[in-house]
Design a protein around this ligand. Structure first.
Ligand code: SAH
Length: 266
């Protein structure tokens, strides 16, 4: 079980599948995405050898534990929430989510409820009668040809559920710079950009606002703010050093000139 979605509460229901290979490939997709409960209703040809060939040995366990039913209504009796999948839109098929929106919706529902996601037969899809058993319908957006291979449709739905259900801390979340760090950086930038005459010293805030918008859009991380502040510090140091070096050599020249002229009456 992942933290956000309870995958143990979600079953994939294949209604009247005609090709055993699709059952095997669907089982494999489920396995890839961490789902394990497969229900098969009134299959046309259930040839175990063909199912297992596409399931591969990894999903053999899912195939071994398939629950079979004669009738969809009977198969769905123990479920609290039923999702229908459809390639076709229009008519009675009103409520249609995108797979990712569906996955979001299932997060809270999956905690305490058993969910069935129903897929129709390869030739005709789910009938209107089947659809009346569903709480919600989902469509996978496609180009003009809307009918996906059954197992591929299973994969897309399982992928969205798996992705949305991943633990928050599995995603890399760097620390963003806080207000104090950002304000310090803006002060330092303003100071240095005026010094090097990149922005007009009479109206520095006009340009600083543009820079603020630019950096705000980038959502700077704390580490990145330190880098920018480091560059400002180094630029400032370098400018001062060049200025002091210039002064020293000017002084030297003057001392030399003075030495040359010493003793001469001017
Ligand atoms: N010819 C059928 C499609 C059957 S495809 C029709 O027009 O409805 C077999 C099953 O795969 C469908 O019943 C559905 O469960 C799923 N499926 C295929 N394409 C889909 C899509 N674009 N969106 C959602 N589910 C889809």
């Amino acid at each position: 079980m992942t933290e956000r979605v309870n995958l143990n509460n979600i079953s994939i229901v294949l209604h009247k599948p005609r090709h055993p290979e699709n059952i095997g490939a669907a089982a494999r997709s489920m396995c890839n995405m961490g789902l394990s409960q497969l229900v098969v209703v009134n299959p046309k040809n259930y040839i175990l050898k063909k199912v297992l060939k596409l399931a591969t040995h990894v999903a053999a366990d899912i195939v071994e534990h398939v629950k079979f039913y004669e009738d969809l209504k009977e198969a769905l009796l123990g479920y609290n929430y039923v999702v229908g999948t459809t390639a076709r839109l229009g008519g009675e098929r009103q409520v249609v989510n995108s797979p990712s929106k569906l996955a979001e919706k299932l997060i809270p529902v999956s905690r305490k409820n058993r969910i069935a996601i129903v897929f129709g037969p390869e030739d005709k899809g789910l009938s209107n009668e089947d659809i009346r058993l569903c709480h919600v319908l989902v469509n996978i957006p496609t180009a003009e040809f809307s009918s996906l291979n059954l197992a591929q449709a299973v994969m897309i739905i399982c992928f969205e559920i798996f992705t949305v259900g991943r633990k928050e801390n599995e995603k890399y979340a760097p620390r963003l710079a806080n207000r104090h760090e950002l304000d310090g950086m803006y002060d330092q930038l303003k100071d240095i950009l005026v010094k090097i005459s990149y922005i007009n010293h009479e109206n520095p805030d006009y340009w600083m606002n543009k820079l603020r918008h630019f950096f705000t859009r980038m959502q700077l991380r704390a580490r990145e703010v330190s880098i920018i502040r480091g560059i400002c510090r180094q630029t400032d140091w370098y400018g001062k050093k060049r200025y002091e070096d210039g002064l020293k050599s000017k002084n030297k020249d003057e001392v030399k000139k003075g030495a040359k002229n010493a003793g001469k009456e001017i």
